[in-house]
Design a protein around this ligand. Sequence first.
Ligand code: SME
Length: 158
Amino acid sequence: MFEKIPYPDDLKERYELGKAQLQGLLDPAYEEVTNDANAAALFASLIDNINWVGFYYLREDKLVLGPFQGLPACSVLPAHKGVCWKAVDEKKPVYVDDVLSFPGHIACDAASRSELVVPIFRNGTVVKVLDIDSAVPDRFGETERNLIIECANTMSGL
Ligand code: SME
C-alpha cells in the first residue's frame, strides 16, 4: 500500500540503522504527536511481518489511541485489561507469543497472533506504550525483541 524504507536483512545492522534514524527524527522540541507519528511510520518499515504498530497514551485510568500504522484500532483500552495494560502495570516490556492464549487480550484486529508491548517512560513514570502486532504466531524471537526494545527505549525521556 505505502512505500517502505529499505533496511538491511541483518537484524543487528537493521535495527542499528533504524535507531539512528529514530534519534535523528525525534526532537523533544516537537509536539509528542509529531514525534510519535514519525516513529510509528519508521517502525512500520523497520519491523517486518507486522500488521499494526502504534502508541497508546496513559491518561488517568485509560490508555487512549495515539499515532499508529495499520487498521483502525480500539480508541480506548479499559484499565488493567489486555497486553498493553500489563506492560503499564509491570513497567516492563511484555511479549505474548500467541494472543489467543492470553486471558483478557483485546483483539483490535482479529488477524493478530503475537504482540510485543514496550512501555515508554518520562521522569521514571510510564507515559505511554509502543504496541506491535503480527499476524504470525511467535513472530518476535528474543534477539529481535531485544533490538526492538532498545530502539523503543530511545523514546523514553522525550
Ligand atoms: N491487543 C492490545 C490492544 C491494542 S491493539 O492490539 C492495537 C491489548 O490487548 O492491550
